[in-house]
Structure formats: structure tokens, C-alpha cells
Design a protein around this ligand. Structure first.
Ligand code: ES4
Ligand code: ZN
Length: 328
């Protein structure tokens, strides 16, 4: 009961939640009907997010593709953004979120349409609940290096104040970080912040992200603790690691047979700057409160440790110092 009070009441800052992964299954079904498209493979609101269907990361990403394909017009982007920031954010004490947005996950939809709808949803969610949000536009690493450059060129050509930086997501066994060095250099030259996923990858991918891609954060990063020297460097540089306990545990894509909890504990014990997040909340049956609850239960953490995760996220977010101070 004490823990429940802590995890529900704790203010949260969210740095690793994907928009496409934040859509309620009922909304997916409604949008499919609206656009007159069938969810293939007999998918329904009841079975769409069956964890058993995520046999490997590729299968999981196929479900993301199904969801991404039904979010098509400005109203759709407004709706999914608003719903995820209100009932999947503000309701859980999330004060501020940097939403991971994947334009390549919505084939055929103009970048402008996506951004117009998402930003309108952010504005209305803020007006109704007070939650603040900004955006991280992620390159899909299954795509070519040229597609990554094109996306960054699009971000720069249609510059919005809300887009603070770029990310790199989808299947890291297909797209190693170094493939995207040009896209990341272009982003850095344009003053965009940079982060990249490294969930199953080896520790040297963390170094590649920091040194070649100019990354300032690492999404997941569970294998950093396999290399003491890289770990020490990340401790010294206060590199934030955006860990997602429930998603990484259910997905088992972290490459550690016993899930992510033990790795998160090792990262915390090593002195790394760890944050807690949900990745794809309804797809993994989780939410911001539940991820804090899961890590607290698995690792025996209490208020001090949990509040520390929030403070790490404030430190690691890409707001300016004045806005960060307001969050503290
Ligand atoms: C993702 Cl690699 C990965 N894992 C979970 N959710 C995702 N969304 C986009 N890429
Ligand atoms: Zn992720």
C-alpha cells in the first residue's frame, strides 16, 4: 500500500515512449474502420497486443507497422497523441514527455501532416491537463543510410520548435548505429539533439552512438555494464540511459536471458544515470506507474531510488535549464 502510494503519486518525466506504441487497441480498430482498411491476420482489439505474438523483435515490429498504417490524417495524429498524453501520461503523474515519433512508421503520410496533428494533440493535452511535451523524430534503422539522411533533411526543412532532436529505433540487428553517421552529423550541424536505441547491442555500440553519432543519451543500453571502461566513461559523463523494465522484460530483446531487471540494477549500482519508462505502454500492458512499480518490486526500491529516476530524467531531458528548474 505504501509502495502503491509512492508509484502513483510520484511525479514523472518520460523520455522513452513511442507514439506508435502508445495507441490503445480499441483506437487502432476504430481508425482501421474509419479508413476502411482491414487489420490483417484476423487481428482484433482483443488479440492485437497479445504478448505471445511478439515471438521476436521482427514480429513485434510487424504489429507496430499495423498500428502505424491506420494513423493517417491530422485528426488521427491529434487523437493518438492526445490520448497517450492524457490517459497514458498526465493520469500517471507525467509532467513532461519527449515523445519518440517515427514518421517512417506511417508510410505515405506527409511529414507535415504528422507534425501538424501531433503538435495540435500536444497543445490540447497541455490545455486540458497541464502535461508538457516535445518530440524526438526517430530514424528507422531498418531503412537505408540515405533514408535516414532524407528524414533529417525533412526535419530541418520543416523545422518545428517542438522537435528537439532525433533518435534511432526499430531493429538493431538489421541497422547498426554506424550506418547512420551522416544523418546524425547533419542533425548535429543543424543544432538537433541526438539519441539512439541500443537494447540488445554490444557495449561498443554505446561508444559508436556517443562518438560517431554524437549521441547524448542511450535508449535502453543494457549491455553497457558488460564493459567496465565504457561504463566508467558513461558514469563520468552522466550519460542518461532510458530503461524500460516491463517492455524489455516481456520482449526479452535485451539479449539477457533473465530479462532487464538485473541489468537495470547493475546499471544503477555502477552509478549510471538511469531513467524509467514504458517504451510501448498498451502493447506491453504497462503504463508509467506500472514501470516504476515493476522496478520497485523486482529490485526492492523505495521512494529515494524512484524519485532519483525522475530526477535523472529531468537532468537528461532536452529542455533548457530554466524549464528544467521549473520541473524540479
Ligand atoms: C522499437 Cl526496437 C523497439 N523496441 C520497442 N519499441 C520500438 N518502437 C520502435 N522501435
Ligand atoms: Zn524504444
Amino acid at each position: 500500500a505504501e509502495l502503491e502510494r509512492i508509484v502513483t503519486g510520484l511525479p514523472k518525466v518520460s523520455l522513452h515512449t513511442h507514439l506508435i506504441g502508445s495507441v490503445q487497441a480499441t483506437t487502432v480498430v476504430e481508425l482501421a474502420r474509419k479508413h476502411g482498411v482491414a487489420l490483417d491476420g484476423g487481428r482484433t482489439a482483443e488479440n492485437l497486443y497479445d504478448h505471445a505474438s511478439y515471438e521476436d523483435l521482427g514480429e513485434f515490429l510487424r504489429v507496430l507497422d499495423v498500428v502505424g498504417a491506420v494513423i493517417r490524417d491530422v485528426d488521427d495524429f491529434h487523437r493518438v497523441t492526445y490520448e497517450s498524453l492524457t490517459s497514458g501520461g498526465a493520469d500517471h503523474g507525467v509532467l513532461y514527455r519527449e515523445i519518440m515519433l517515427s514518421p517512417p512508421g506511417h508510410p505515405g503520410v506527409p511529414y507535415r501532416t504528422i507534425l501538424d496533428g501531433v503538435i495540435a494533440g500536444m497543445r490540447d493535452a497541455h490545455a486540458d491537463t497541464g502535461i508538457h511535451a516535445n518530440l524526438v523524430v526517430a530514424i528507422n534503422r531498418n531503412d537505408s543510410a540515405a533514408a535516414g539522411v532524407e528524414l533529417v533533411e525533412q526535419v530541418i526543412a520543416d523545422r518545428r520548435d517542438e522537435v528537439l532532436g532525433i533518435g534511432l529505433d526499430y531493429d538493431e540487428t538489421i541497422g547498426p548505429p554506424e550506418r547512420f553517421w551522416k544523418a546524425f552529423r547533419l542533425a548535429g550541424e543543424a543544432g538537433l539533439r541526438r539519441t539512439a536505441h541500443s537494447e540488445s547491442g554490444p557495449p561498443h555500440h554505446v561508444e559508436t552512438i556517443l562518438d560517431l553519432l554524437g549521441g547524448e543519451r542511450i535508449d535502453h543500453g543494457y549491455h553497457v555494464v558488460d564493459d567496465p571502461a565504457i561504463t566508467a566513461r558513461c558514469v563520468a559523463e552522466r550519460i542518461p540511459f532510458t530503461c524500460t523494465p516491463v517492455s524489455s522484460d516481456i520482449g526479452r530483446y535485451s539479449g539477457s536471458g533473465d530479462g532487464s531487471h538485473r541489468r537495470i540494477k547493475e546499471m544503477v549500482d555502477a552509478g549510471l544515470c538511469v531513467t524509467i519508462d514504458s517504451d510501448d505502454p498498451p502493447m506491453f500492458g504497462t503504463d508509467p506507474t506500472h514501470d516504476y512499480r515493476a522496478v520497485a518490486t523486482a529490485l526492492g526500491y523505495g521512494l529515494d531510488e524512484l524519485a532519483g529516476f525522475t530526477l535523472n530524467a529531468v537532468e537528461g531531458c532536452w529542455l533548457d535549464e530554466t524549464d528544467k528548474a521549473a520541473l524540479r
